[in-house]
Design a protein around this ligand. Structure first.
Ligand code: S3P
Length: 432
């Protein structure tokens, strides 16, 4: 699908972003192995979480839709020993979170599983996941000398490990923690810097003895079953980020983004936008079972370029595409570095961002581990492509809202992986 976007003179109104994708995956997966029923409301409606649901159903978990607005499901957890061998290959679609977290789980199940994904997912690194699971005693094979999916997993007995993560990856950390639930002895993970901690929070809420000390996490497998947890999932700050950026860079905008998760390990986008000069207010902060949420308001601001690097990168990795749009029109230069992980996301986001935003008039330079963005660009409409990457599609949509003339975004349906109503929300915010 090609989406046509044209600018408009004012942007006003309220947006409620979809439920957090990372929390939704974890809430589905962990409640599937808890003992008893859990109700999850405001689940992320994107296709990625749909992949996690489909895989767990294929493994014998009963999951029923309780309502569609907001998306609500009931999961009858089968306990730690209740999963059964799937009859067919499991398909994680475009979702690396599904594939990596599920691999951690399947490594400990006494049956064979094969898991695959779409073209993008089959090209993403899995060696970093397979190595620690091998050290725990897992039997996993993958293409390219155990580096790529499809993966074949012959689950069995695992033992705890002490493991320094080579990259700050929440997916990798979570896969090891999930495997550790079934292992003999303690597992200790050290992160190079803090990545999103939703798995740790949810496991603690479910009664698992997990300790966090700075960047060190230790988990002793629980002797009692995991307690099911009813959750109303907070809005996804990664989806809220599009509204924060358009609110800041549009000349006449006032937008309120409601019920958004403000977990401290996900706040990088707000920290960066505030540093750039964005007028963001965080209001009405409250809690949902171990996760903080708040309402965010944003209005037209004068932004200035900054350097983004180091420990901040894992805290805003998914928001870099839309932060890059803000940097294109900010005053001065923005440097994004130590962000080579961007090259192994749904697409190579360094190369594709530079290529596509340049078509709209941005001045940017590709670097091996990031990009340099020369601000002050006057963006103009053009035909550009999302490369079927949801975050690129939405970032280009935001650019189109301030570009002069008409912008055409190819493969715009990619928004469906995390935020199916994104284009409808664009129209709504323009109409107010
Ligand atoms: C995610 C972790 C991040 C992020 C992804 C979601 C998660 O990936 O980019 O969109 O839910 O754990 P990495 O763990 O590979 O950094």
């Amino acid at each position: 699908m090609i989406k046509k976007i044209s600018p408009c003179s004012t942007l006003r109104g309220e947006i409620t972003p979809p439920g957090d994708k990372s929390i939704s995956h974890r809430a589905i997966l962990l409640n599937s192995i808890a003992q008893g029923r859990a109700r999850l409301s405001n689940l992320c409606p994107g296709a990625d979480c749909g992949s996690t649901l489909t895989c767990l159903k294929a493994l014998g978990v009963s999951i029923k839709q309780a309502s569609s607005a907001p998306p609500t499901i009931e999961i009858d957890g089968v306990g730690k020993k209740g999963l059964r061998e799937a009859e067919d290959v499991l398909n994680a679609g475009n979702s690396a979170t599904t594939m990596r977290l599920l691999t951690g789980l399947l490594a400990a199940q006494p049956f064979l599983s094969i898991i695959t994904g779409d073209n993008s997912l089959r090209s993403r690194p899995m060696g970093r996941l397979i190595s620690p699971l091998h050290l725990m005693g897992a039997k996993i094979w993958g293409r390219g000398e155990d580096s790529l999916a499809p993966l074949a997993i012959k689950g069995g007995e695992l033992h705890g490990i002490t493991y320094p993560l080579p990259v700050p990856s929440a997916q990798l950390k979570s896969a090891i923690l999930i495997a550790a639930l079934f292992a003999e002895g303690e597992t200790i993970i050290q992160e190079p810097s803090k990545s999103r901690d939703h798995t740790e929070r949810l496991l603690q809420t479910m009664g698992v003895p997990l300790k966090v000390n700075g960047v060190t996490i230790s988990l002793t497998p629980p002797i009692t079953p995991l307690n099911p947890v009813d959750l109303h999932i907070p809005g996804d700050i990664s989806s809220a980020a599009y509204w924060l950026v358009i609110g800041a860079i549009h000349p006449d905008a006032k937008i309120r983004v409601k019920d958004t998760g403000v977990n401290s390990t996900r706040m990088g986008v707000i920290e960066v936008l505030l540093k750039m000069g964005a007028k963001i207010k965080i209001e009405n902060q409250r809690w949902a079972r171990g996760e903080p949420l708040a309402d965010l308001s944003i209005e037209s601001s004068e932004l200035a370029g900054i350097e983004i690097s180091g420990e901040l990168i894992p805290q805003l990795i998914d928001e870099i595409p839309v932060i890059a749009v803000a940097a294109c029109v900010a005053r001065g230069v923005t440097i994004i570095k130590e962000a080579a992980e961007l090259r192994v996301k749904e697409t190579d986001r360094i190369s594709n961002l530079v290529k596509e935003l340049s078509k709209l008039g941005a001045t940017m330079k590709e670097m091996p581990d990031g990009m340099v963005i020369y601000g002050g660009a006057k963006l103009h409409g053009a035909k550009c492509s999302s490369h079927s990457d949801h975050r690129l599609a939405m970032a280009l949509g935001v650019a189109g809202l301030i570009a002069e003339g008409e912008t055409l975004v190819e493969d715009a349906e990619a928004v469906g992986f995390s935020y199916p109503a994104f284009w409808q929300d664009v129209e709504r915010i323009k109409a107010n």
